[in-house]
Design a protein around this ligand. Structure first.
Ligand code: NZQ
Ligand code: ZN
Length: 390
């Protein structure tokens, strides 16, 4: 049953092979100074950097650069970016990269005109952006698919000293004003990143799907998105240049986490809490931290949301329920998901990400406990799940 909500997603999307041309429509809307934010250099190798720079030049922009945004952007890099954006009086922050670059751009955008320490304010105290604080607009050119950062208010920053990886979900005023989604830009992704992105998408859908027991339109949309992802992921693995598959995956990723399928749902996000804690201690690739903990987590909570796990098995994985108990059907659904995860080559254990037994207590401490799923975990249960994920 849907409750009361407002829905607004202000991000304008340009999708397809000529999507970058959208910059010609968007750039004139902003002032002269553009802070071009990007990562470790993949965009220079695959030519996206040159294409973006040419369009910025065509539109008469003065370009300042902030390069070297690392996967899982750090708080130190955030401080550096804020200073850079202040120095160049950025009118627009143009993020060209994956979720890390987009997330970072948003964190800079809300911090440029904020006097307080952004880590304390946004990632420890979870304050909103102050009314008087002018948010510098952000635009994205997406090169890695998975996070949904291109059409949401999420921004995840890692503090290695404090062993915390924290996401702040900002409001619509912080969503990218526009995002360019050209599936061909993702063709150069290494297989490891591509498949990590596949599981990030799956996890975002599951985090929203596995909560509540009511009949809810959001769940039917979620099932369709999962089925599309499963089909296209296998096709993309066979042929990474399969435009049909890569474009479907890109579109699925955006809709998996742009607030639509959260409508009317409590939403769980405990897999992300576990994965982010693992990430805070290992700096591992986000999607792989999720794949490594998911099965242990879902097998643990299954008895508390059994009916939904049965529905997942039948509607998403095509498990036949005839003559079987609910437990059997639910387990077969998770087994089918495990089969898919292994086929696409995901990391299945946190020990493969560098976690050792002596790190487990620290990871438990770094794990936030959420209340929207089928079972509120105790710290002991968190440890049990981590142990099972080793
Ligand atoms: O840095 P470069 O050289 O660009 O290389 C990147 C990086 O090494 C590379 N890459 C990206 N596009 C490429 C490419 N290599 C070749 N060709 C291309 N076209 O891929 C590597 C990973 O990039 P990254 O941006 O880190 O990946 P992803 O998009 O998975 O972002 C991960 C970050 O997003 C956060 C994660 O926690 C993590 O910090 N998340 C953000 C969310 C949100 N905003 O809502 C939600 C997610 O759950 C997630 O937590
Ligand atoms: Zn994620």
């Amino acid at each position: 049953m849907l409750g009361d909500f407002t829905y607004c997603n202000p991000t304008k999307l340009y999708f397809g092979r000529n999507a970058l041309e959208g910059l010609k429509e968007e750039l004139p809307k902003y002032g002269k100074n553009v802070l071009l934010v990007y990562g470790g250099g993949s965009i220079k190798k695959n030519g996206i950097y040159d294409k973006v720079l040419a369009l910025l030049g065509e539109c008469g922009k003065t370009v300042y650069e902030d390069a070297g945004v690392m996967p899982n952007p750090t708080v130190e890099k955030l401080y550096e970016g804020v200073q850079r954006a202040r120095d160049c009086k950025a009118d627009l922050i143009l993020a060209v990269g994956g979720g890390s670059v987009c997330d970072y751009a948003k964190a800079v955008s809300v911090s440029v005109n904020c006097k307080e320490d952004p880590w304390e304010k946004y990632f420890i105290k979870f304050d909103d952006v102050d009314d008087g604080c002018k948010i510098v607009p952000v635009g994205c050119v997406l090169t890695m698919v998975g996070t949904g950062s291109e059409m949401n208010g999420g921004s995840v920053i890692t503090n290695h000293k404090q062993k915390l990886k924290v996401g702040h979900v900002f409001g619509e005023n912080v969503f990218p004003r526009f995002s360019v989604l050209d599936p061909e830009f993702t063709f150069t992704l290494p297989k490891y990143q591509m498949t990590a992105g596949f599981f990030d998408i799956m996890s975002h859908i599951l985090e929203q799907y596995f909560s509540g027991e009511d009949d809810n339109t959001s769940d039917y949309i979620a099932e369709g998105l999962m089925r599309s992802l499963i089909k296209s992921s296998e096709a993309a693995l066979k042929n990474p240049l399969d435009y049909e598959a890569r474009s479907n995956i890109m579109w699925t990723a955006t809709w998996a986490l742009n607030t639509l399928i959260a409508k009317g749902k409590a939403t769980d996000w405990e897999v992300h809490m576990l994965g982010q804690a693992v990430g805070a201690h290992t700096d591992a690739t986000h999607g792989m931290t999720l794949s490594a903990v998911s099965l242990a987590y879902y097998r643990h909570i299954m008895p508390f949301g059994l009916k939904k796990f049965v529905r997942f098995a039948t509607n998403v994985w095509g498990v036949s329920a005839a003559g079987k108990t609910d437990e059997t059907v639910a387990n077969e659904g998770l087994a089918a998901m495990e089969g898919w995860m292994r086929r696409i080559g995901l990391v299945m254990n946190i020990s493969d990400l560098g976690v050792t037994e002596d790190m487990l207590d620290g990871i438990v401490k770094s794990t936030f406990i959420n209340e929207g799923g089928y079972k509120v975990l105790s710290p002991e249960e968190v440890k049990e799940i981590l142990k099972e994920s080793m």
